[in-house]
Design a protein around this ligand. Structure first.
Ligand SMILES: C[S@@+](CC[C@H](N)C(=O)[O-])C[C@H]1O[C@@H](n2cnc3c(N)ncnc32)[C@H](O)[C@@H]1O
Length: 319
């Protein structure tokens, strides 16, 4: 293995809009313990692209080589037999292979696999790509974007966060571990709950507003998801959670010393050691006052609205 060859099991590709750049990095650190670079990441950690806000695809690497004909020999040695397969070419930055050449290479791969291809409804998709001097071949798993259907939920809320942020926050809170039990302490109409349920996370919600709770339940049942939603002030919840998310109320409040914000954060801090807080204001002092430390952080600016920013605070209890 030469220095350019990445001895990892998976090659991930990412996509994001500029205002989400920092959030993508934070989600990547939370899932992989490292950041994607140039929208690419090699890792041994396996995660589903559709569970992430920013992962476009995962290539499960089967063969790799710096030399193209050696790669084809390696693919043939695998003796892959797949009826109804498809092969795609992923173009990464720095790959100057022309269109015709790419088509020829896809044919080479096709002829190295035993079985008839099916381009329209494949049973399995393989991919070929060239990145930093190395050819990679493997099975391709793509984000199916099915979660975007949540945009058509029956009830929305002017204070709701978008589905992309919600999805990233679920991964940041759970570190992409589905078995962790998570609380969305101020769940509103359930934007975060929807994304967590879609990805198979173990989540519950709580909100002080009865109508909002009803709407959240209707949103979940609209997509056939189930999650417990408590109509309660967070101060009355005593169950312990591996992590809690707080999408703080805003517009109503203007300063970090506001009692309601302090109460929400203090109450949630009593039932978990890990908090992910979404705020529009600086809450550094508050976090310190409850005996937590900030372990990660990012800012998201709203598209077209440079002045409106959301801050994401990842906090752990000090020991
Ligand atoms: C910014 S909104 C959350 C929006 C939510 N993420 C969504 O997607 O709909 C804040 C929510 O906090 C709730 N809230 C305010 N004080 C609360 C408290 N003490 N306990 C629980 N929920 C509270 C409000 O009713 C409101 O729905």
């Amino acid at each position: 293995m030469t220095k350019n060859m990445k001895n990892k099991k998976h090659l991930y590709s990412f996509t994001y809009h500029n205002p989400e750049y920092e959030l993508c990095k934070l989600e990547s650190r939370s899932i992989f313990n490292e950041e994607e670079k140039n929208k690419v990441l090699f890792s041994d950690i396996k995660t589903e692209p559709s569970s992430s806000a920013f992962i476009k695809s995962r290539l499960d690497i089967i063969s790799l080589s710096e030399d193209y004909s050696t790669l084809i020999d390696e693919v043939k040695k695998e003796k892959i037999s797949a009826e109804g397969f498809k092969v795609e070419y992923i173009v990464f930055d720095g790959d100057t292979t022309g269109y015709r050449d790419r088509l020829g290479k896809l044919k080479d791969i096709g002829f190295s696999i035993d079985g008839d291809p099916d381009y329209y409804s494949p049973t399995i998709t393989y991919a070929l790509c060239y990145y930093e001097g190395v050819w990679y071949f493997g099975e391709l798993i793509k984000d199916i974007f099915d979660w975007r259907k949540h945009k058509n939920k029956p009830h929305s809320y002017s204070n709701s966060i978008g589905a992309t942020i919600a999805k990233a926050i679920v991964n940041i809170a759970s570190k992409a571990k589905k078995e962790k039990n998570i609380l969305d302490a101020c769940c509103g109409v359930g934007t975060i709950l929807l994304e967590a349920c879609f990805s198979g996370n173990n989540i519950e919600g709580c909100d002080i507003n009865e109508k909002v709770c009803r709407n959240a339940r209707e949103n979940l049942s609209h997509f056939n998801y189930e999650a417990k939603i408590s109509h309660s002030d967070i101060k009355d919840i005593s169950k312990w959670y591996d992590a809690a998310i707080i999408d703080l109320p805003y517009n109503l409040f203007s300063s970090a010393s506001d009692n309601d914000i302090v109460n929400i954060i203090e109450s949630t801090a009593k039932i978990t050691n890990r908090l992910v807080i979404v705020s529009t204001i600086d809450i550094t002092t508050l976090i310190n006052n409850i005996g937590f430390r900030i372990t990660d952080y990012c800012i998201i600016s709203k598209m077209g609205k440079r002045k409106f920013t959301r801050k994401i605070w990842v906090c752990e209890k000090k020991i």
